[in-house]
Design a protein around this ligand. Structure first.
Ligand SMILES: Cc1cc2nc3c(=O)[nH]c(=O)nc-3n(C[C@H](O)[C@H](O)[C@H](O)COP(=O)(O)O)c2cc1C
Length: 341
């Protein structure tokens, strides 16, 4: 019971401190250069952002990433975020459902997402990569999920006072889950990036979807540090793999590895660059949450509308009428990103 209370408070604190974060880190998307096309033989109103993802058609290759659930407060957030997902025909993941494994009262805060977006939309469940097969099945059933995200968050857990300290057997557990459920399993980070070696180990056990969630946006070392002043972790805020680097490395593994580019995605240019470099879908977390909490539903909805409109403009300015054409565009890598590859 006490653990559940801590979990509920923690969720609220994560939101609060994610908005207060001050440390600025870099996705390194600035080091990706894509050429402008001043002679595009295209009409803006014919630009098509549609693609398929997890067996369904989505209108744009953008998703609202896992953030919340569990309390009345997070139910309201999920209601608003899922309204935005529905408005633009894009997927949405719920926050960790660990709380729902024990607390029936939390169910509606997650179920609201499927209820709002309807059965044709993509909804993704979320649990720790240490979860049991039974818990995965339960979490997916609760929201009629199209896939499960299993999160890897050792950096966050280690800075969290009450967090896990033992990460043995996680890969084996993921292997057990992926070979025992039919629906796709997405393995995700939470803001520190997935390296080529980690992606390869996941690929080798059958994972075909990863969400890289790299460094450059939400920083859980900072968030957890702000929750507790026993040890000061501010000197390691820069830890992690920048999103652009993680994306390039993971993309080199195999064409049939589906990649969600996330971590510090804020602008249409970040989305465009992610897609050109090889992401299948681009995930947004902290920035849309900030728009929603600080500005309200209309502001967050306009933010998404603007992202999509400007993505179409940028697609036109690269001469790409659809996502397939965008993916074939050449790009150049410069600066720090080039040194790291
Ligand atoms: C307030 C908050 C809560 C989060 N909760 C979860 C979670 O429960 N499960 C998870 O897999 N990721 C969680 N994340 C991580 C995001 O899904 C994402 O991977 C990360 O924030 C990086 O993306 P961003 O920079 O766009 O925020 C959370 C992020 C935020 C900001």
């Amino acid at each position: 019971m006490k653990k559940d209370l801590i979990r509920k408070d923690r969720k609220k604190e994560h939101i609060e401190y994610s908005l207060k974060s001050t440390y600025e880190s870099d996705t390194l998307f600035k080091d990706i250069y894509i050429e402008h096309n001043s002679l595009p033989d295209l009409n803006l109103y014919e630009i098509n952002g549609g693609t398929s993802f997890l067996g369904k058609n989505i209108k744009y290759p953008i998703m609202i990433n896992a953030m919340t659930g569990g309390t009345k407060f997070s139910q309201e957030i999920n209601r608003n975020l899922s309204k935005i997902a529905k408005n633009y025909g894009i997927p949405m993941a719920v926050g960790s459902q660990t709380i729902a494994l024990r607390d029936k009262e939390s169910y509606n805060s997650f179920k609201i997402v499927r209820e709002t977006v309807g059965e044709k939309a993509v909804v993704i469940a979320n649990l720790s990569a240490q979860a049991s097969l039974e818990d995965v099945k339960f979490s997916m059933d609760l929201i009629d999920a199209d896939a499960i995200q299993l999160h890897l968050n050792p950096a966050q857990e280690l800075v969290m006072k009450e967090g896990d300290r033992d990460f043995k057997g996680v890969l084996k557990n993921i292997g057990k889950i992926v070979s025992n459920i039919e629906e796709p399993v997405i393995v995700k980070e939470v803001g520190f990036g997935i390296s080529k070696d980690v992606a390869q180990r996941l690929y080798d056990i059958g994972i075909r979807y990863i969400d890289i969630s790299g460094k450059g946006g939400t920083n859980f070392i900072e968030i957890e540090n702000r929750r507790d002043d026993e040890i000061d972790f501010s000197d390691i805020y820069s830890w992690g793999i920048p999103t652009a680097l993680s994306l390039i490395h993971c993309r080199s593994i195999s064409e049939d590895l589906n990649i969600i580019s996330s971590g510090g995605i804020r602008t249409s240019l970040d989305i465009l660059k992610s897609l050109v470099v090889g992401a299948n879908v681009v995930g947004i977390g902290g920035q849309i949450l900030k728009e929603l909490i600080e500005g309200g539903y209309e502001v967050a909805n306009s933010y998404m509308e603007g992202l999509i409109y400007k993505l179409k403009i940028l697609m036109l300015l690269t001469g790409s009428k659809n996502i397939e054409e965008l993916k074939k565009l050449p790009y150049k890598i410069k600066g720090e990103l080039k040194d790291l590859i």
